[in-house]
Design a protein around this ligand. Structure first.
Ligand code: SAM
Length: 263
């Protein structure tokens, strides 16, 4: 994407966005110079970041397939991001084309590209919304059309919780989603932590704050566990992304410190 190619509504090409930084680090092309600059600064602080985001995407795939093994056929993906390789509907619908997916993101680039990708897919759609407003997300006509709340839902919240400030009461937000889901529903979370990479997560958070990009709030293990209040953790519990049910031994990269996030 060139810097002038996106005059779209709500897009600020002068301010880095989490969605576009993440896209750049994953090797995507939907980002501006300001995003690439910020991404390179993040990579300078923590050169492992590229591997962490790849591990996060691999975790997403395993979480979706695990939920499908439990019978889940509909997903609500909070903070879904700019489409990349291995989006939720592709993973799920490859296994069962009847799977339904609602994506939610606040970033206009993420929403525009998702709309294009999903234009011909009757079983998947995106809504532009703040995930901190579960009432709006859950009442959206798109959500209501695609998801049947009488049946279990797979709630996906990967690398989104740390964009919610303590003042927003993130655990209350997650509880509000949980309370609307049928028994048998599942939640998958990944979340940046300040416990595994020294002070690097805090340095990145401060850089993002100074650049007036998305604020980031790394959390410790006990705090991340609170997102799962009211759910029963499946084995192996809260671990780092690459340690959550790796399919191949080589996915279990390095020691726990090799991952930058809990899942
Ligand atoms: N979930 C995907 C994953 O883990 O691969 C994408 C993660 S990306 C790092 C985080 C996404 O969350 C971005 O696309 C950003 O726009 C979105 N986001 C951040 N805060 C949000 C909010 N309050 N409401 C909706 N989306 C938000």
């Amino acid at each position: 994407m060139t810097d002038t190619a996106w005059p779209g509504e709500g897009i600020d090409p002068e301010r880095a966005s989490a969605a576009r930084i993440y896209d750049y680090i994953l090797g995507g092309g939907h980002n501006f110079a300001v995003d690439r600059d910020m991404a390179e600064q993040v990579l300078d602080v923590n050169p492992d970041t590229r591997r962490h985001v790849q591990q996060n995407r691999a975790f997403l795939r395993r979480a979706v397939l695990f939920m499908m093994q439990q019978g889940i056929r509909q997903f609500l993906d909070l903070g879904s991001g700019i489409p990349t390789v291995g989006n939720v509907h592709e993973i799920a619908q490859a296994a069962d084309p009847r799977c339904r997916v609602v994506y939610v993101d606040i970033d206009p680039v993420a929403v525009a590209h998702s709309e294009m990708l999903l234009a011909d897919n009757p079983n998947a759609a995106i809504i532009r919304a703040d995930v901190a407003r579960p009432d709006l997300v859950l009442r959206s006509p798109v959500t209501r059309r695609l998801l049947d709340f009488a049946r279990p839902v797979g709630l996906l919240a990967l690398t989104i919780g740390h964009y919610l400030a303590p003042a927003q009461q993130p655990f209350g937000i997650f509880a509000a989603y949980r309370d609307q889901l049928a028994p048998g529903s599942h939640l998958a979370v990944s979340h940046v932590t300040n416990e595994l990479t020294g002070n690097r997560a805090d340095i990145v958070a401060e850089m993002m704050r100074k650049a007036k990009s998305n604020s980031v709030f790394p959390r410790n293990r006990d705090e991340v566990l609170r997102f799962f209040d009211g759910y029963q953790l499946v084995e192996p519990g809260l671990v780092t992304t690459s340690r959550w049910r790796p399919e191949l031994p080589e996915e279990r990269l390095g020691d726990a410190g090799a991952d930058g996030q809990y899942a």
